[in-house]
Design a protein around this ligand. Structure first.
Ligand code: XMP
Length: 526
């Protein structure tokens, strides 16, 4: 189910021609409080019409209309009588399909430019006559299609902005969605409000209300289960489903023995006691740690942890089903999948989004489970999910918590996982988290955590020689986890972390700071 499909307010469709900015366009549109949905570039006109979109945006893209495998739209999209805004490559599509002329260009025009508007256009209403724009396009339009006129020129292009006013077709050779076009948001607003007639009625409150109505209509008297990890996505999904279904939702929280300090208690307190969500807490730590005994290979560890999780989850749901009582049956499985996980990126050469997708593993539960899926966050970006969490009154410590990998501390203990090592790492990690919070840095970074190395080194404490473990500290900044850089954190914070870990955690006599970026390193050490 996609909750957005049923969103009855104003929305627009974005056809994705492989631009690295497609998701940014979607974000910008939603910032204008208009719901946006990304569709593949070759979406059928009927599909676009069915979404109820009041306008269409054609994203840019790295392709040339002249290449054999160019992503081309179905030109009947232009006959839907909907306003269309073509960005960059989108402009070439107008010229290509509506009888203008495009000329092949070896080089991309890339960088800042100055746009001068020519005449008046609703797209530039309220904007100055001249403003800064950001160009990034290849081929050039050299003759406009009939009915079009230029509404803006730059140093290098007489057709930097074009329009067919009666048909409400607009083309921009530059990118209004990026920050380097400072007035880009105003241009998008003009397109959405003045040209498409959108209302600006997409808010998190309306999303919650609508999604809850949909979920309760769909589930009816049946029941749903949800795997709760304590991370942002599953927590928000749990709170949302609980609002819709109340006691007909059961959350399953599996303790795999690889959790951080007090993790299990926090989840039980927040969801069980505060929210009164039906919570099935399964302490499977023994099982996991037994399976992991003697295992040192990182991939092997991940595989064992993943498979064991599936087994425990399946057993628990089977038990729930076996004890189905009262009205309705456990027929639905809810997951906190987000929009970036589900967008089908266009696989064309040069599309970085497609590359990212290929090694982004959504993973998790087996495909064949005897449940129907509910994914209420499928249409949301991470920051929107956080807003939903806040509206649902989840505590800030959950809504803004840093990502934590599914295999937990298992991939932060290099080598064999033992109870003793887990205990050392938990204490060290807790110090990192609490010092980062105390220094007001925890929420500014992507992740900050400790890793336990299987290396012992010599130290001296008091008059005693020690031969103890080493802890590495990793603090990184990142937009999405795909690339990352180490944070230039003030020395005083590093000094405090190191002093506390060495003084307070028995078994550690050395702390190192990880100064590697991703790539070529990864964020987690295993
Ligand atoms: P890497 O180590 O690949 O991590 O640079 C990128 C981001 O993904 C998180 N991560 C995981 N998250 N299950 C998850 O849910 C996993 O198996 C997993 N492995 C890594 C990692 O914490 C970082 O934010």
């Amino acid at each position: 189910m996609s909750s957005g499909e049923a969103f009855s307010g104003s929305k627009v469709a974005i056809l994705d021609f492989g631009s690295q900015y497609t998701q940014v366009i979607a974000r910008r549109v939603r910032e204008c409080r208009v719901y946006s949905e990304i569709l593949p570039f070759n979406a059928a006109p009927e599909t676009v019409r069915r979404t109820g979109a009041r306008g269409v945006i054609l994203s840019g893209g790295p392709a040339s209309v002249f290449s054999a495998d160019a992503p081309l739209l179905n030109p009947e999209i232009f006959d839907l009588n909907l306003p269309v805004l073509g960005i960059c490559y989108g402009v070439q599509l107008f010229a290509h399909f509506l009888r203008g002329r495009v000329e092949y260009s070896e080089r991309r025009e890339y960088g800042p430019g100055h746009l001068k508007t020519t005449g008046r256009s609703p797209l530039f209403e309220g904007l100055p006559d001249e403003f800064q724009v950001w160009n990034s396009h290849g081929d050039k339009v050299t003759a406009l299609p009939p009915g079009f006129s230029a509404i803006g020129v730059t140093e290098n292009s007489p057709y930097a902005a074009i329009a067919h006013v009666e048909r409400k077709l607009y083309g921009l050779q530059f990118h209004p969605e990026v920050a380097h076009t400072p007035l880009g948001k105003e241009i998008l607003e003009n397109f959405l409000y003045r040209i498409c007639g959108c209302q600006g009625d997409w808010t998190m409150g309306s999303f919650i209300e609508q999604t809850c109505r949909e979920i309760s209509a769909r589930v009816g008297r049946d029941k749903a289960v949800l795997g709760l990890s304590g991370g942002v996505d599953s927590s928000v999904a749990a709170a949302l489903l609980h609002r819709a279904l109340g006691d007909r939702l059961t959350c399953i929280f599996v303790n795999n023995g690889l959790l951080r300090a007090r993790e299990a208690e926090t989840v039980q307190r927040v969801f069980g006691e505060n929210f009164h969500i039906k919570l099935r807490y399964v302490d499977a730590s023994r099982r996991f740690l037994t399976k992991l005994r003697g295992v040192t290979d990182p991939e092997q560890k991940r595989k064992i942890i993943g498979e064991e999780f599936i087994r425990v989850f399946e057993e628990t749901t089977r038990e729930l089903k076996a004890h189905d009582s009262g009205e309705g049956r456990y027929h639905y499985l809810a997951q906190g999948t987000l929009y970036p996980d589900v967008i089908e990126s266009v696989a064309i050469a040069g599309n970085p989004a497609a590359l990212i997708k290929s090694h982004h593993n959504v993973g998790g539960l087996p495909e064949k489970m005897d449940f129907e899926l509910i994914e209420p966050l499928r249409q949301l970006f991470k920051d929107e999910v956080r807003q939903v969490g806040l509206e649902l009154e989840l505590p800030r410590e959950i809504v803004f918590r840093q990502p934590f990998p599914g295999p937990g501390l298992g991939v932060r203990i290099l080598g064999e996982i033992t109870e003793e090592r887990l205990s050392i790492l938990r204490q060290a990690d807790e110090i990192v988290v609490s010092e980062m919070k105390a220094a007001d840095w925890y929420y500014k970074v992507w992740q900050s955590f400790a890793i336990l190395l299987p290396i012992r080194s010599v130290g001296v404490m008091g008059d005693q020689r020690t031969y103890d473990n080493t802890v590495a500290v990793r603090i990184v900044e990142s937009q999405d986890g795909m690339t990352a850089d180490w944070v230039r954190i003030p020395y005083e914070i590093l000094a405090r972390l190191s002093a506390r870990i060495i003084n307070e955690v028995t078994g550690v006599n050395r702390v190192c700071y990880d100064i590697s970026s991703k790539p070529p390193s990864t964020i987690e050490w295993e």
